[in-house]
Design a protein around this ligand. Structure first.
Ligand SMILES: Cc1ncc(COP(=O)(O)O)c(C=O)c1O
Length: 412
């Protein structure tokens, strides 16, 4: 039985080879990247304990990102569905419209501390790229964003924002032309430019240090939520379900991070992967579809792959979830049975988007719409004293093209 150690940050629960539970994660990188990764690991380990650095991080989180983001009750939806009470943590209020800003700010600060002037990153839904370009602009760094051409076409508003911030988009036209190829291309570029350039991985994936930095950055979400739950209920509710979509897994880890030591009977973590189109066998759900462990982007994890171990094509309406791998941290939480994972189809996510946008003041992007779909399914089956919180980690502005195509012009 795999155990999660109490009172030890989840990001530090790996062995000397940086493997979680001895099998997920690690540093499977080319020889040339060993030294830059070692240097980054040393620098981050120093900075994360440095009170001045934490003060700097918190300053920008408060004054640039605009934390804390709000925690609201979805009265209309809770009333309509009956059963559990549904709340949302509206992380999409953060500057730029999604949780990717936390990781971007921390990476830009690390880049400055490392004395580097160039920063590069990958993006799928475009938010990680948009946020990195914002952070680069803020701190005077030159920025390149790697993005699959399929994602560039479906997430145009975020591409426009990246360019408006002065960053260059490097189109990636290989493979599936999505996030998986963008990350590969970004890493390839870093191999040849790591002396002058800092790399930001846009989710809790990649070699161990990138998983750590990202999870450490998004943990801000759960720190705020603990305070907000105590304000609302006087204590952490006895039956609490925290539902989050999972692509690479950065928003979910951030949403759950500070709740790790609570008993799972009290605080349940539910991760929602992309089940893809209903009529297709393609999906982006390695944790829910009995995928085997493989190596992707420098780390061992559950990966959607064929019998020969080749990475399979994935499909999802949501560019942010359309990734064949998943964070080693989620593989660890799944095997330790601390979190439960499920998947919903594109159609279910669209229906959830419509219900929430019609009922409430928020318009969740297609990624969190996957999480709302599970909340909508579960709530009527649960008692009124159960509190469901969904991380509404992105805004639907970027999905306008897809929503109009799928639901018509007057879609809300
Ligand atoms: C709004 C939003 N939510 C979720 C995700 C999925 O990524 P992660 O699982 O790392 O949070 C993305 C990725 O781009 C995103 O833009």
């Amino acid at each position: 039985m795999i155990r999660i150690q109490k009172r030890k940050p989840i990001i530090d629960q790996h062995d000397k080879n940086y493997l979680y539970a001895g099998k997920f994660g690690g540093n499977f990188v080319p020889e040339t990247l060993k030294k830059p990764i070692e240097d980054l690991t040393k620098l981050f380990n120093k900075l994360r304990k440095d009170k001045k650095f934490i003060k700097e991080r918190d300053y920008y989180f408060k004054n640039y990102v605009g934390t804390p983001t709000s925690f609201i009750k979805l009265y209309n939806t809770s009333h309509q569905l009956g059963g559990a009470q549904i709340y949302a943590k509206v992380v999409s209020e953060a500057n730029g419209g999604a949780h990717k800003i936390y990781n971007a700010i921390v990476h830009a600060l690390i880049c400055k501390h490392a004395g580097k002037k160039y920063i590069i990153g990958d993006t799928g839904a475009g938010y990680a790229g948009k946020m990195l370009s914002m952070a680069a602009k803020k701190f005077g760094l030159k920025c390149k964003i790697f993005m699959g051409t399929k994602d560039m076409a479906r997430q145009k508003p975020n591409c426009d924002a990246i360019r408006a911030n002065g960053a260059e988009i490097i189109p990636v036209d290989s493979g599936s032309k999505t996030l998986v190829d963008a990350v590969s291309e970004c890493m390839r570029y870093w191999v040849s430019n790591c002396d002058t350039t800092h790399m930001c991985v846009g989710s809790t994936v990649g070699p161990n240090i990138f998983v750590k930095i990202c999870a450490w950055s998004t943990a801000q979400i759960s720190r705020e939520l603990i305070v907000q739950l105590k304000e609302e209920f006087g204590k952490i509710p006895k039956k609490l379900k925290l539902i989050n979509c999972v692509g690479g897994g950065s928003s979910a880890i951030g949403f759950w991070n500070s709740f790790m030591d609570y008993n799972k009977k009290q605080v349940e973590f539910i991760g929602v992967e992309a089940g893809g189109p209903k009529s297709s066998k393609l999906h982006a759900a390695p944790l829910t579809n009995k995928s085997k462990i493989g190596i992707l982007h420098g780390a061992a994890q559950y990966v959607v792959q064929d019998k020969e171990g080749q990475i399979s094509e994935t499909a999802s309406i949501s560019a942010g979830l359309d990734y064949p791998g998943v964070s080693p941290l989620h593989c660890f939480l799944k095997d330790a049975k601390r979190a439960r994972y499920t998947a919903v189809s594109d159609e279910e996510a669209l229906a959830a988007y419509q219900l929430i946008a019609k009922n409430e003041k928020i318009r969740p992007s297609l990624e969190p719409s996957h999480a709302f779909a599970v909340a909508i399914k579960l709530a009527p089956k649960l008692s009124e004293d159960t509190i469901i919180v969904v991380n509404s980690c992105g805004d639907a502005k970027k999905d306008e093209l897809i929503l109009t195509k799928r639901l018509g012009k007057d879609h809300d």
